[in-house]
Design a protein around this ligand. Structure first.
Ligand code: HEC
Ligand code: HEC
Length: 927
């Protein structure tokens, strides 16, 4: 089978054409030539000295292969640039044509992305001069070089040398003028991503405005004329908001006090604790150091009222009280006030329950959990789900690490650089809050209070030193556990403390009593949640808590990504299990908790906070909330494959705000060259953000949304047959490998399973064969196919944006006859491909049957996620793409196309009151 790569034809005289400008932003080849042995020499400039690897791959005989760089020399240039001369072992014989692409990293930090599908250099060896081999003319090479007749003009002589300075929401650029250039194009974008935006000018300076403060942006200036272009190196600048007015150092000369505006401060920047807290009536918040002054501004301070103040630092596992004062009214303070000095309201040494190492006598209890290191191939063998044993609620769930906390800005919902490399874990909760478990608490938690023992298993190497190589404290070499979060607000949790090590024999060792070697080897940790006298929040059966872990990784080898990561903010009801309900309006609607809240059963993900730009546009990209720990690794690997370009192996993500994850991820070289005649080279180009996609050439249906698919597969055959009996509709019967099965996937229900559909997509849309049925010959391993199936099956359904159970909209939907086909509720079978999908009560609003609405037979479209689909696909909630052709842009338009078997429902809808129709619209937009 011959592979077709979408090469653009070459070639301008001079032998090398840069096919796409995207790579020009990364590195500009300044020369390509042959040495006397006929081997290729490439010369590049970069804007800094490169210390990492550099590799070059060539497409020849239907394959991308990585060629060896056999020699590299570097030379410093003026203007902070560096020149590199690479000698490859690529033999360049007259008549050969290569496509080359370049990937590499420099300074161990900046990943230099490889080219995207169209980014190649085309090299025609025939036209390359060489000192030894004589270049003969060949027909292959001469075809496109005719434009050289206009040789009186030559391309801009050199690349501009660029200066950038950043200020509030803008960056001022200026550059050296380039002889021969008629204009300059400034390309820019977030530093880790593609340079999406550009502006042109004939000046040698430009101010780019409207940028997001606090984000790194990259800029490239391209000198342009009619004969060609010459691009500068990437330059990075970070716009910043103007610094806040410095605070007055103290009020009335006090060193420790409370300002009238609610700012609580303590002056002595000499404290060395890793964490510093300021507490107002025991409400402790992490303090910010500003000069020599720690401070935190409370929003709820009332003039005239008196407050108790505390200042604490935490050095390792335990906090230390530094200062306290009681009865302080806003605008007042004390000049000095060490803890317990008499001014104080009693020497509460703070920290309270966070020294977990003391009370772990029952630690052996936790060894029944995660079964770390054996069983399933990812090391997190235990089954997922929530069960009750002897009154103890045991919950096992997968964890995936994120760059930031929920609500702390960007990249909570996003995917990190190298997200598939050990950036996941498994959590086990043993919850003793039910009265039936009371007698077991002392042994498990060292208290008679309601308590929960949390075990974290993680396959990561912990970071023992920071980015500069300095050793970290014990509390940073072990994960931190945070609970009693103020319902999602990261700065507002009451305790963050270090988890204890679970030793191989099951015993528990406090992190700061362990040696560094023990901490470095640890992959299992424990924390205990329980009530605390300082915490005015219920901790008893039925109360909702939120918790998360913070984990420190070794810096990613290649991409040099973050060191600190944060887990999911789990929302959990003590004595019961995980919930989707929010308790913080900043995340989304509060108390969506009725019988329809878990649209996708326990897979349903809670509302995604909208901080950091368009984070809610990741709503269809999350893993099932109840994911079995043994599936998370495959799911993340599947996501990687879903975002891999099967032509060139690159990782592609649609550009979204957020500094991490986008654009700069590592390629998957083994996947390069697998595509054959692809419609698109990756799944994600059709299934962008997993929402409804664009109509592709040659197709008559649009890519559907990719959520809850495993749940649809888990609906039993007998249920589908029963719906057909009751309400009409055609069961789609498909024979696969000689066995008749019920078709469920695709608009015409032609695929019997997610695997069948994925194999079909790989084969028909991308040109990659698998072992499934007629979709061979196999070019993708069964494991990789399984990863893609895991990913596609376990994409979570998001929670609705309102309670639906008693809503007028649902009632009208049912009474007008919509629900006969769009089945509101069903329970999945018990024998399912993925255990987390079994026995789930779900609300897919489909019967999976074919109905003829007058345009041929189509499967009843599942309506879950409908209200988010427009926003996720194109940023606008009201711009919907409904029905199989994606043409209906509103719910009303979709209903007006319900003819044939849907005509009665359409007539009933048209005859209903406008308030009934609006209620249906509201109901569906909340799905
Ligand atoms: C060229 C565009 C394109 C590419 C590439 C593509 N798909 Fe699709 N996908 C579609 C279309 C169109 C449909 C609807 C097919 C139909 O109705 O027959 C679909 C349907 C699906 C479905 C069924 C969804 C449902 O609700 O029934 C799954 C699962 C799926 N694709 C997964 C994948 C995976 C995994 C890949 C990558 C291996 C992929 N697709 C690549 C266009 C594409
Ligand atoms: C006889 C079965 C049937 C009935 C009754 C029915 N539908 Fe549908 N509905 C379908 C089918 C089949 C499709 C997909 C048709 C297509 O894509 O061409 C669909 C598609 C839709 C869509 C588009 C969904 C999407 O994601 O593209 C909406 C919205 C919808 N129906 C709403 C309704 C409403 C509201 C009612 C009641 C007034 C209703 N339907 C009654 C079978 C039915």
């Amino acid at each position: 089978m011959s592979k077709q790569i979408p090469f653009k034809p070459a070639i301008i005289a001079g032998a090398v054409t840069l096919i796409s400008s995207a790579i020009a932003a990364q590195a500009a080849p300044i020369d390509v030539s042959l040495n006397s042995a006929g081997e290729l020499l490439l010369e590049y400039t970069f804007d800094e000295q490169k210390s990492g690897g550099m590799w070059l791959s060539a497409y020849e005989n239907g394959q991308w292969s990585f060629t060896t760089i056999t020699g590299a020399t570097e030379t410093g240039l003026a203007g902070g640039q560096w020149r590199y001369l690479y000698q490859s072992d690529l033999q360049c014989d007259s008549g050969d044509e290569f496509s080359l692409r370049v990937q590499g990293n420099y300074s161990q930090v900046d990943w230099l992305p490889g080219p995207t599908a169209d980014d190649f250099y085309e090299v025609s060896c025939a036209t390359l001069g060489s000192s030894g081999a004589s270049s003969s003319s060949s027909s292959a090479a001469s075809s496109e070089s005719s434009s050289s007749s206009s040789s009186s003009i030559s391309p801009p002589a050199h690349a501009p040398v660029v200066n950038a300075s950043a200020s509030d929401a803008q960056v001022q650029l200026s550059w050296s003028s380039v002889s021969g250039a008629t204009a300059y194009r400034v390309e820019y974008g977030y530093a880790t991503g593609a340079l999406q935006d550009s502006q042109s000018t004939d000046q040698t300076a430009l101010t780019v405005t409207g940028l997001d403060n606090g984000f790194d942006y990259d800029f490239v200036v391209v000198a342009v004329n009619s004969r060609g272009e010459n691009a500068s190196a990437r330059i990075t600048a970070t716009p910043e908001a103007p610094a806040a007015e410095p605070e007055s150092p103290a009020v009335g000369g006090y060193a420790f006090g409370l300002q009238s505006d609610g700012t609580l401060y303590h002056i002595d920047g000499g404290q060395t604790g890793a964490w510093a807290y300021l507490c107002l009536n025991s409400d402790c918040r992490q303090a910010v150091l500003n000069g020599n002054r720690y401070q935190y501004t409370f929003s709820n301070v009332t003039p005239g009222q008196s407050y108790d103040l505390q200042f604490k630092v935490q050095d390792d596992a335990s906090s230390q009280c530094i200062a306290d004062a009681s009865g302080i009214a806003p605008g007042n303070g004390v000049t000095s006030s060490p803890c317990g000095s008499g001014n104080a309201s009693g020497n509460d040494t703070g920290g309270g329950d966070n020294s977990g190492g003391d009370d772990n006598s029952g630690g052996g209890d936790s060894s029944g959990g995660g079964d770390n290191g054996s069983g399933a191939d990812n090391g997190f063998g235990g089954a997922g789900g929530v069960r009750v044993e002897n009154g103890v609620v045991i919950a096992n769930v997968a964890e995936r690490y994120r760059v930031r906390h929920e609500l702390s800005g960007n990249d909570f919902n996003n995917f990190n650089i190298e997200y598939w490399r050990a950036r996941y874990g498994a959590l086990e909760l043993r919850d003793y809050t039910r009265p039936e478990a009371a007698s077991q608490r002392q042994a498990a938690c060292g208290t008679s209070d309601p308590c929960v023992v949390v075990r974290l298993d993680s396959a990561v190497p912990l970071a023992m030193s920071d980015a500069s190589g300095n050793g970290k404290d014990c509390n940073q070499q072990s994960p931190n556990f945070r609970y009693h979060k103020f319902y999602g607000d990261e700065t507002n949790f009451y305790y963050g403390y270090v988890m204890d090590l679970i030793m191989p024999d099951g015993s528990i060792l406090a992190a700061c009593n362990a040696t560094q070697a023990q901490r470095a080897a640890a992959t299992s940790w424990q924390a205990v949640m329980r009530p605390d006298q300082n915490i005015p929040r219920p901790f008893a059966q039925g109360a909702q808590v939120e918790f998360e872990v913070t984990i420190n990784f070794d810096r990613a080898q290649v991409t040099g990504d973050n060191v600190n990561y944060y887990g999911q903010t789990f929302k959990y009801v003590l004595g019961e299990g995980f919930v989707v309900n929010n308790q913080d309006p900043a995340i989304g609607p509060v108390a969506v908790n009725d019988a329809f809240a878990k649209l996708g059963g326990d897979t349903t993900v809670p509302h995604l906070s909208e901080t950091g730009g368009n984070q809610r546009r990741f709503s269809f990209m999350q893993h099932a909330y109840n994911m079995n720990p043994s599936n998370i690794q495959n799911w993340l690997q599947g996501r990687r494959l879903f975002h891999t370009n099967f032509v060139n192996g690159n990782h592609i993500e649609q550009f979204m705000p957020g500094p991490q994850a986008i654009g700069g991820n590592l390629p998957f070289p083994e996947m390069a060259g697998k595509a054959s005649d692809p419609v698109q080279s990756s799944c994600t180009e059709c299934h962008t953000n997993n929402s409804v996609g664009q109509m592709q050439t040659g197709a008559d249906v649009v890519p559907p949304k990719m959520i809850g698919l495993g749940l649809l597969e888990a609906i039993s055959d007998s249920q589908i047959e029963a719906w057909a009996q009751e309400n009409g509709g055609t069961v789609s019967r498909i024979t696969l490998d000689g066995v008749e099965q019920i078709g469920r996937f695709g608009w015409r229900a032609e695929a019997v399973s997610v695997e069948h559909q994925v194999a079909k997509a790989l084969h028909d849309d991308i040109g990659v064969g698998t072992h499934v049925a007629e979709f061979g010959p196999s070019e993708l391993s069964a494991d990789h196919l399984h990863d893609l199936v895991t990913y596609s099956s376990l994409l979570a359904v998001p929670v609705p944006r309102a309670n639906l159970a008693g809503s007028q909209g649902l009632a009208e939907f049912e009474s007008l006859g919509c629900a006969a086909c769009h089945q509101p509720t069903v329970t999945t079978g018990s024998d399912t491909a993925f255990p987390e999908l079994a026995n789930q009560t779900i609300h897919p609003f489909t019967d999976l049957l074919l109905h003829d609405l007058g345009e041929g037979e189509f499967r009843t479209a599942p309506l879950w996620g409908l209200g988010l689909s427009g926003y996720i696909a194109n940023g606008s909630a009201s711009s919907l793409n409904l029905m199989h052709d994606g043409v209906a842009s509103s719910i009303d338009e979709a209903v007006q196309r319900h003819n044939g078997d849907g005509a009665d429902a359409k007539t009933a809808y048209n005859n209903a009151s406008s308030s009934a129709r609006q209620a249906i619209d509201r109901f569906l937009m909340n799905l």
